[in-house]
Ligand binder design. Structure first.
Ligand code: XMP
Length: 321
């Protein structure tokens, strides 16, 4: 019978054995897997672990703070943040095709992460790379041992295979719910441990049209309101996730305050799901929808309409791009 604390003890011992007196690097995404993996390795080897967090500017409101302040406070981990916002905006300028956006974001992410690694390696010998690979990922990718066999689809952290690191993967035998329990056992904040899925390419694939700083601000503000109201209504456990999407290339006429507006619609995409392979649209209470709609149109300039996506998956995917 595996208890959560015995999983922690066992993994900490294994990590300590594997890494010995070496040093390890871990990329943090803001998500639960990389956070729990890093916290376990931190337990085992302390400040011989350095975490790298790339701010690509496509994060939601508060996510950078959650990593820089809350995660660091909970673990005492060494953290290097790379502010790559300009770089990603430049690379994405004018790009509207979803696959092209994903490729650009993935490519830039790898370049920034590799540069951070080189900078760190110049200071010391980092031989180990920590990955938050879960058991379902291992199964999906054929269970390859050893080599940097990291699933590239859906993962902005998908790293090239010529990396000269030995992998440390303390979550390899765990399912998501076990990872969350381990995270809680390690004292990580609820905001990280209970976080709903969020795609690696972030808000970049929730702006339908080209990505720019102003559109990101608009979407970030609308997303923050939707999340706040869903949480306040106690609905986080019921929904799998609720993408909030900005139709940046669509305008519609509205009347707000004293006059006519010509703004953009925001789409709410609340879904219920077991594993994201299929999903149903969540029947949110009308009062909650009303609150979100009123607040977004009142508080977010440029948005004059809120619409609800009532498509299941299939035929629609969860994300719009
Ligand atoms: P779709 O849109 O394919 O999404 O129905 C299924 C689940 O995967 C998430 N998703 C991603 N996660 N990188 C990620 O890490 C990605 O590129 C990506 N695209 C989609 C999505 O949020 C949903 O939970």
């Amino acid at each position: 019978q595996w208890t959560t604390s015995s999983i922690v003890d066992d993994q900490v011992k294994r990590i300590a054995d594997q890494v010995g007196d070496g040093r390890a690097i871990c990329g943090l995404s803001g998500g639960v897997d990389s956070a729990v993996a890093a916290a376990l390795v931190q337990r085992a080897i302390g400040d011989r672990l350095t975490c790298v967090f790339v701010d690509h500017g496509l994060l939601r409101s508060g996510e950078r703070t959650q990593v820089e302040r809350d995660f660091v406070a909970a673990t005492g981990v060494n953290l290097v943040t790379v502010d790559a916002r300009e770089r990603f905006l430049d690379a994405l300028a004018g790009v509207t095709d979803p696959e092209e956006k994903r490729k650009i974001i993935g490519r830039e992410f790898i370049r920034v992460f590799e540069q951070a690694e080189r900078d760190l390696k110049a200071e010391g010998d980092y031989k180990f790379l920590v990955q938050g690979t879960l058991y379902p990922d291992v199964v999906e990718s054929g269970g390859g041992e050893g080599a940097a066999n990291i699933k590239s689809h859906h993962n902005v952290g998908g790293l090239p295979d010529d990396l000269q690191f030995e992998l440390v993967e303390p979550l390899r035998l765990l399912f998501k719910d076990e990872v969350r329990r381990v995270g809680l056992e390690l004292g990580l904040p609820e905001t990280i441990v209970q976080r709903q899925p969020f795609p690696g390419p972030g808000l970049g694939i929730r702006i339908i049209g080209a990505v720019d700083a102003e559109r990101l601000e608009t979407l970030r503000a609308a997303d923050a309101i939707a999340r706040e109201e869903l949480t306040a209504a106690g609905l986080d456990g019921e929904i799998w996730q609720c993408p909030v999407v900005l139709l940046a290339d669509v305008r519609s006429v509205g009347v707000q305050g004293d006059g006519r507006t010509y703004g953009h619609p925001i789409v709410l995409r609340p879904v219920s799901s077991e594993d994201a392979m299929t999903a149903d649209w969540t029947r949110l209470p009308y009062e909650v929808l009303e609150k979100i709609s009123t607040r977004i149109t009142n508080e977010v300039a440029e948005v004059n309409r809120v619409v609800l996506d009532v498509t299941s998956k299939p035929p629609g995917t969860i994300e719009w791009e």
